[in-house]
Design a protein. Structure first.
Length: 276
């Protein structure tokens, strides 16, 4: 009897817009993976800098890369939906254009998938990364702020919804791998959203699937000092208020959590109104 497990093949989605500063480093972190069963799907979302030149430099190399350029800037949600449709494989990895994969990321995730066949969604931990210096991890940051233990192997349906609504989005996109089945079940990424695309996607899935959580460090997540302008923050708050209320009534939540989330949503909406 042959007990050898089948190789897991990954489609790695990198969406970029004016990413000339970081794109080379991001792509190299994929190329340098110990695990070699993957393809890159690189979506250029209408960049006007040298992003296209950098991307095309990697075509016709000894690894599979699919390159697509949007005629106009469509945003990350639409770009990701385009990328998933172009994907040849069932397991989707999101790697933002400025984030860095640890060398053993895909190797670790392939083993997790092989040994936990009942799960369709996996996520892990990451270093915050600023000025080429590793700082705290995402999990430790959330745990210190909220006294919330993320380090558990499984988040069950509805339990995860409650935690996401209460504590915010503690799942970092560049540590995530999910099966296309998940994506199809919830009709992909919400193209009406601009700033809370990941949060919305996880909340939709949290009502339908159990999530597998690993405390392994999988990526380095780059922090930009000027990451969000004041104008951008205003609309981020408005969108966040909408997402919270949307899933409050979509899921089975305890009364106390519902009250907390309503208060939180009103707080973010007031930030939108009065933030200048």
């Amino acid at each position: 009897m042959n007990n050898k497990k089948k190789n897991i093949f990954f489609s790695i989605i990198v969406c970029c817009y004016n990413s000339e500063k970081y794109l080379n480093e991001t792509i190299k972190s994929v190329i340098n993976q110990k695990y070699k069963f993957w393809e890159i799907i690189l979506i250029n979302d209408g960049s006007i800098d040298s992003t296209e030149k950098i991307a095309l430099n990697y075509k016709n190399r000894n690894f599979p890369i699919i390159y697509h350029k949007n005629k106009n800037n469509l945003g990350f949600s639409k770009s990701r939906n385009i990328a998933v449709k172009l994907a040849n494989y069932d397991w989707i990895v999101i790697n933002d254009h400025d984030d860095i994969m640890m060398k053993d990321k895909l190797e670790k995730q392939s083993k997790l998938i092989q040994h936990n066949v009942d799960y369709k969604f996996f996520f892990g931990d990451a270093y915050f990364f600023e000025n080429n210096i590793k700082t705290n991890t995402v999990f430790k940051n959330f745990e210190s702020r909220f006294n919330f233990n993320i380090n558990r192997l499984s988040f069950s349906k509805n339990e995860l919804t409650n935690d996401l609504l209460r504590y915010g989005c503690f799942i970092l996109s560049s540590t995530v791998v999910f099966n296309k089945e998940c994506y199809s079940t919830v009709s992909g990424f919400n193209e009406k959203l601009k700033y809370n695309v990941d949060y919305d996607f996880y909340l939709k899935l949290s009502n339908k699937y159990n999530f597998y959580c690993s405390n392994m460090i999988l990526t380095k997540w780059r922090i930009h000092p000027d990451q969000a302008s004041r104008k951008l923050k205003r609309f981020l708050y408005k969108e966040l208020s909408y997402v919270l209320l949307k899933y409050l009534f979509y899921s089975k939540n305890k009364y106390r959590i519902k009250l907390y989330v309503i208060t939180k949503s009103l707080y973010y909406f007031s930030k939108f109104i009065f933030h200048r």
